[in-house]
Design a protein around this ligand. Structure first.
Ligand code: ZN
Length: 342
């Protein structure tokens, strides 16, 4: 373990009478969240994610925030709190944490997925993740931290209440208020309402498409639509899905069962997410999956392939199938590919 350099108090050290918010990434841009809160000589970090290069940055797969500011003051970093397990919130932990070496706090699903990511990458420099319960309260440096359960497109999204002697802020992380999330807890409406009486000084809030009017619909609506869609299909069916959307994976598995189809997972991240979800207590009574290498033993109309690559990501399962490049899966005339929305 490398020894941390002690930094002397300076102009960038938060004072006892200050409560500072310093986003190093993710504010005013999509992805790579890295937020710092400063008070009484110490910093607390919320989330440490990556962004994906996509079309604006051709040839670049992944982008990370510049952590130099806090790396130079790592001895003043009291801890890293992870709100949820999307890549834009945890994806940079394995790259940047070795330079920070602070305690890492996460709820069970996020902790399970992060441990699996480290294991899959065969990383040796790994933090001990401190697992905190949903609605948990704990202390990180000069901050009293409390989690509030929200809903989003992944299990266990948490808002973070930070209390300090200089006041209280609410850092929401990502959220979509869904009254019927299907997997995981409903959002903690009572706690959000009671927070209104606690003199919160600021809400730091971020939600993709927050500026678009209208409702984004519930997971329950998706289940009904998928039921209808699958009813008329013959042949193999491939359903494209973000691996991290455990509620959606569960929806597809349930609908497959009612239509007499066995589900095979296609894509490495599907396996990782489902194993992490089960470890954290979700998806406990699902119908058994079949190995993708065994699908040729079943009639085509009894197979449903749950595939990564819903946005056409190169090298994801659906991309490889479409290019005739997947070792285990081929589609032919009469088979169908379904892209559920939202
Ligand atoms: Zn998210």
């Amino acid at each position: 373990m490398t020894r941390k350099r002690k930094t002397a108090p300076g102009i960038h050290t938060p004072g006892d009478d200050e409560l500072l918010f310093l986003p190093l990434g993710g504010t005013g841009e999509i992805g790579m969240n890295m937020n710092l809160y400063g008070h009484a000589g110490q910093w607390l970090m919320i989330d440490l994610g990556v962004a994906f290069g996509e079309h604006e940055l051709p040839g670049i797969e992944m982008v990370m925030p510049d952590p130099d500011f806090i790396v130079e003051r790592a001895d003043r970093l009291a801890g890293l709190v992870l709100t949820h397990a999307h890549e834009d919130h945890i994806g940079a932990v394995s790259y940047i944490w070795p330079k920070l070496r602070c305690p890492v706090y996460a709820t069970p699903f996020t902790a399970a997925l992060l441990r699996r990511k480290f294991a899959d990458d065969k990383a040796t420099d790994v933090p001990d993740i401190i697992e905190v319960p949903l609605s948990g309260q704990f202390r990180v440096g000069p901050f009293e931290v409390e989690l509030v359960t929200l809903t989003h497109s992944i299990p266990e999204p948490n808002a973070v209440i930070l209390r300090s002697s200089c006041g209280t802020v609410l850092h929401t992380g990502d959220w979509k208020l869904d009254p019927d999330p299907l997997v995981g807890d409903d959002y903690d409406k009572q706690r959000l309402i009671s927070l209104a009486d606690e003199n919160v000084q600021a809400m730091i809030c971020d939600s993709t498409n927050a500026m678009v009017e209208g409702d984004s619909g519930s997971e329950l609506d998706v289940r009904a639509a998928l039921e209808r869609e699958l009813a008329g299909l013959k042949g193999r069916v491939a359903v494209a899905c973000f691996a991290s959307n455990v509620a959606r994976l569960e929806t597809v598995m349930r609908v497959a069962e009612t239509h007499g189809r066995r589900v095979a997972l296609v894509g490495r991240s599907m396996h990782r997410i489902i194993a992490s979800a089960r470890e954290a207590g979700y998806l406990q009574d699902m119908p058994p999956l079949i190995d993708v290498r065994d699908i040729d033993y079943l009639p085509r109309e009894e197979v449903l392939l749950l595939c990564t690559g819903s946005q056409g990501e190169p090298r994801a399962a659906l991309w490889r199938i479409a290019n005739g490049d997947h070792p285990d899966v081929e589609l032919q005339e009469g088979d169908s590919v379904v892209f559920p929305r939202g």
